[in-house]
Design a protein around this ligand. Structure first.
Ligand code: SAM
Length: 209
């Protein structure tokens, strides 16, 4: 099992050992007033940590998060990381994302399309980590378009949802196709299926070429 980043711990909630970060609750997760449970069934990055993937996260990194939705996962990231830019293009979840950012001075929501990095390149500094969970067609292409933000030692931590690419194809075939596209811009270091937390999702750790 890989080490957890600083600022992420295993804590007991209702007699169960759960990942947890320190911060204000966001999505009704259990909290002891200081630490709040990080639900891996609602978070692909949480599932990558739970399944022991070597994310390379140490805590304190600068992060570009693509597909932030209402802030479930990115709020945990901002609890242990440094400046965290959260890109989401749908206005409705962005309202909840703004609420999650309110008590977090390191979380910066951006109502932008992750397929158009040129629209936020003037705001986002070079980052140590890209976390991607856009669950939309062309997931690898989105990661490739954003590789420019990573420095040479940086990491891409991506979740690929098979059904977002093709609802009928065998997930393994979809993953191979997406990985082939990813390899245009990245060296893939590790892949792992995210069951039992998320069906037909692949976790990917990669670094820019
Ligand atoms: N990562 C979130 C979490 O764990 O809390 C869940 C993300 S949800 C599976 C995928 C999100 O990606 C949706 O909110 C969707 O609107 C967003 N999304 C999809 N394509 C996008 C794009 N091109 N630019 C920005 N956001 C996008």
């Amino acid at each position: 099992m890989s080490e957890l980043p600083d600022g992420v711990e295993r804590r007991q909630f209702d007699g169960e050992s759960r990942l947890a970060t320190q911060g204000e609750p966001v999505y009704g997760e259990p909290t002891d007033g200081e630490w709040r449970a990080w639900d891996a069934r609602r978070s692909k990055l949480g599932a990558m940590l739970e399944t022991g993937m070597d994310t390379g996260l140490a805590g304190g990194e600068t992060v570009l998060y693509l597909g932030a939705a209402a802030g479930t996962t990115v709020s945990h990231v901002a609890d242990f990381a440094g400046p965290t830019y959260a890109v989401e293009f749908a206005p409705r979840p962005t309202r909840d994302l703004l609420d999650a950012a309110e008590p977090r001075d390191r979380l910066f929501p951006l109502l932008k399309d992750a397929r158009k990095p040129e629209t936020y390149a003037h705001v986002v500094e070079p980052v140590d980590v890209i976390v991607q969970d856009v669950a939309t067609r062309g997931q690898a292409a989105v990661a490739n378009a954003n590789a420019q933000f990573l420095d040479g030692e940086g990491r891409l931590l991506a979740a690929i949802k098979a059904r977002s690419e093709d609802v009928v194809a065998d997930p393994s075939e979809v993953f191979e196709r997406e990985l082939a596209t990813l390899r245009e811009a990245y060296e893939v270091l590790e892949t792992r299926r995210l069951e039992p937390f998320h069906d037909s999702h692949l976790g990917v750790v990669a670094r820019p070429k």
